[in-house]
Write a protein that binds this ligand. Sequence first.
Ligand code: ADP
Ligand code: MG
Length: 435
Amino acid sequence: MRFSVATIRKIQDVFISEMNKGIHQQPSSLQMENTYIPELLDGTEEGLYLALDLGGTNFRVLLLELAHGAPVRQEVKRYYISSELRVGSAIPLFDYLAECVSDFVISQGLQDVELPLGFTFSFPMVQHSLDVGILVTWTKTFNCSDAVNKDAVRLLREALDRRGDTKVKVVAVLNDTTGTLVQGSTLDPDTAIGLILGTGSNACYLERADRVEHWETERHGEREVIIDIEWGAFGDNGVLDFIKTDFDRENDANSLIVNSFTFEKYIAGKYLGEVVRVILARLTKEGLLFVGESTSESLLTPGSLTTDLVSHIEQDSVDGDDSNTKEILGKFGIIPDEDDIRIVQYVCEVASNRAALLVSICLATLLDRIDKERITIAVDGSLYKHHPRLEGWMKQYISLLAPGRKFKLIHAEDGSGKGAALVSAIAQRLKKRLQ
Ligand code: ADP
Ligand code: MG
């Protein structure tokens, strides 16, 4: 779980090679998807923009008012999507989404106003343009199989047309990572990377347009474009197997979709706790941990140790304290001795530290690839926000791995909401320019 310098270099080389293959449309575990967003906000954006955020636990509709390219007002409403709709057919699901949009727009008294809408659809998709996103596969809690291989924007537009009670125009589709980059750029104009460290993990960055081969729409002299790396799947083709441990194999075997999202399973919130649990369970079985304690059944149950608990134990390490660790182990029915506490804290540190290092290796590589004088990385997600040591380690490792590069990490909250409204403003501006 601790990497040598040679291993770090090898990971870096593999990442570079997979990025290059992906961008040249050769087989690669990195999709390197063109988002067709060729520029950020320029400060001229004004007026009202809508966003739909589908992908997390809740479904939200947002209204953002912009003045001089910056948000000045925001209205949000959350809606509940029943499990029947999540796993039924596409039409009832999208009819419901359209119903929520209407409900929101009418409650704001905006039914007669032409409103551009950005659609955050945080599922893997292939984009043919800024407003065409073909669903590759559902993930998380959704599975409306007849929507696979269909354009999510078209499904939404058709549902809105069936109602016909608003003047909403869907102008862009994106994922949360892209939204985070764009949202970050309103906080810091040097933003060129968007990063998600939440349930899952992904990153996107501003790439030179001349390096991008997959470009289905007409080009208009774009200099840059946001590329969605889709790095959660990095290593799904086996290129990262040299860092895979037995713990990772077990973590994968206990996951919902095995043999996929290799990189995400090393780092993201959905999995980090499970990596720690697998290690603790192994040490216990080998008689190296909790000696003399009766074996905790719940510690042997996959999924029982969630990543927020890792954060709490890490907080003890930061504070030189034991209270969180004892309390958490107590909930597993374990009364730890002094050695147990040190071991549990060490395992949490090793797993968290590996996650920080892996993310930093890829970010350092991106800093070199983007090659600008100053680069800001906009980050969103609860893992990054709440883990007490990730940010500090990332700063340290990126500095070491990309020496001389000036970079900043900023927290850009709600890229999947605000970011989508901002992208719809960019889309609208691009459209007007071409008319
Ligand atoms: P999403 O990724 O669904 O948009 P979040 O960014 O809020 O949502 O991430 C939620 C994930 O963050 C949870 O699955 C959990 O694994 C992780 N998480 C929640 N709280 C903490 C915490 N205190 N420390 C570390 N990770 C956390
Ligand atoms: Mg999120």
